[in-house]
Design a protein around this ligand. Structure first.
Ligand SMILES: NC(=O)c1ccc[n+]([C@@H]2O[C@H](COP(=O)([O-])OP(=O)(O)OC[C@H]3O[C@@H](n4cnc5c(N)ncnc54)[C@H](O)[C@@H]3O)[C@@H](O)[C@H]2O)c1
Ligand SMILES: O=C(O)C(=O)C[C@@H](O)[C@H](O)[C@H](O)COP(=O)(O)O
Ligand SMILES: [Zn+2]
Length: 362
């Protein structure tokens, strides 16, 4: 088992990464200072696959376990679902020493964390991520949220988990589309931070996509290590942390405009990273070759590099709701080279529209 530490003073926690470690969950929880009551939040699909194993592991360690399931899908990462979960938390008799265990992908993790952050002004929170995306990104760093119809994650908080347990075993039941979508966020770390990791992903694409244990554990560990380093420096996104939003400006807009029902988050981010690379080229920051390297790596991992059927005016309008907007000015994360990005304001709308026309012809 591999272990990383996210060092945030009194909010520090471990990320445990390994193969077949779910059965140890009870023991891991016993090592935390938490009360006896645990509410597992999951969805019906993940529950049918791993609910029994997780419940057994936790209850055998002496915890009282309750369970709440939410419907599957991004459109249920909403205030309506959160309301139902508060009802379940009350019915389960949680108190301020109780814990919420998020068992699922990023949707479950984000909303479960939102409940943990707000129920009784904050109770214990443990992440058991079950998608690639959740293991490499959403379970780490404490961004918890629900969506608003007008914009992604508009209602949320920063609330760190006390533990993250990523079991590579569970990735084998993922549908191919979900596996690929999660890899978009993995690729993101190469583009924003680590050229060597970008080369690793290029060289080991097949191993990673075939879920070879060594390659996947390295991908998860490297991704989490980069995210931890960024979050340790800027927990609440006062500056640096915004780089983790690479590809998300256009990506989130695409998700919102299509009612969270068309693109997987990772797919939207993949298209958003292509858009960002093309904008950077038009601003003389990236060469044509570097833009091509973006597009090749993304499409080699089976991810989209174009979109269609989405109104560009609606995308431009949705950009104004982005959380990176400051005093009405939209900010983009753009690459200077592979492995290095910076935050820029005042990108001319004409350039954004040119790029939308190139990759999302109406
Ligand atoms: N908080 C953050 O820092 C952060 C970071 C990145 C993304 N996110 C959020 O994460 C969400 C996307 O997460 P996601 O891509 O995991 O999507 P998801 O949670 O919708 O999961 C994708 C699908 O996989 C299924 N699934 C989950 N685990 C499975 C398993 N082991 N086997 C088979 N099926 C399984 C789910 O039921 C779902 O149908 C978005 O809402 C995004 O905004 C948050
Ligand atoms: O952790 C972060 O910071 C990120 O930006 C990670 C992103 O992959 C993630 O999608 C995040 O939820 C987006 O944050 P938001 O603040 O733009 O909603
Ligand atoms: Zn993301």
């Amino acid at each position: 088992m591999e272990k990383l530490r996210v060092d945030l003073g009194e909010r520090s926690y471990d990320i445990k990464i390994g193969e077949d470690i779910l059965a140890n969950l009870g023991q891991y929880l016993s090592e935390l200072e938490i009360g006896k009551k645990v509410l597992i939040i999951s969805n019906p699909l993940v529950d049918s696959l791993y609910g029994a194993e997780v419940e057994k592991a936790i209850s055998e360690a002496g915890f009282e376990v309750e369970k709440a399931l939410i419907p599957d899908g991004e459109k249920y990462k909403s205030l309506d679902t959160a309301k139902d979960l508060y009802d379940e938390a009350v019915a389960a008799g949680l108190d301020r020493t109780s814990s919420i265990v998020a068992l699922g992908g990023g949707v479950v993790g984000d909303i479960a964390g939102f409940i943990a952050a707000s129920f009784m002004r904050g109770i214990n929170f443990i992440q058991v991520p079950t998608t690639v995306l959740a293991q490499v990104d959403s379970s780490v760093g404490g961004k918890v949220a629900v969506n608003h119809p007008q914009g992604k994650n508009l209602i949320g908080d920063f609330y760190q988990p006390q533990l993250v347990v990523a079991d590579k075993k569970v990735l084998h039941t993922l549908e191919e589309r979900e596996l690929k979508a999660g890899l978009a966020e993995v690729i993101k770390y190469g583009f924003i931070w680590d050229e060597e990791f970008f080369s690793f992903l290029k060289d080991k694409r097949e191993e990673v996509m075939n879920l070879d244990t060594q390659a996947v554990i390295k991908a998860i560990k490297t991704s989490c290590a980069i995210k931890a380093e960024v979050v340790e420096e800027d927990e609440t996104e006062q500056g640096l942390r915004a780089i983790l939003n690479y590809g998300h400006t256009i990506g989130h807009a695409l998700e919102a405009v299509t009612n969270y029902d068309c693109y997987r988050h990772g797919e939207a981010v993949a298209i958003g990273m292509v858009a960002a690379a093309r904008i950077a080229h038009k601003l003389d920051m990236l060469t044509v070759k570097e833009v091509k390297e973006h597009e090749e790596l993304i499409s080699d991992f089976g991810l989209p590099i174009r979109f269609e059927g989405v109104d560009h005016d609606q995308i431009i309008n949705a950009l104004t709701k982005d959380k990176k907007v400051e005093d009405g000015v939209i900010r983009f994360i753009l690459a200077e080279k592979i492995g290095k990005v910076k935050i820029l304001s005042d990108i001319p709308e004409a350039i954004i529209r040119e790029v939308l026309a190139e990759i999302g012809g109406e």
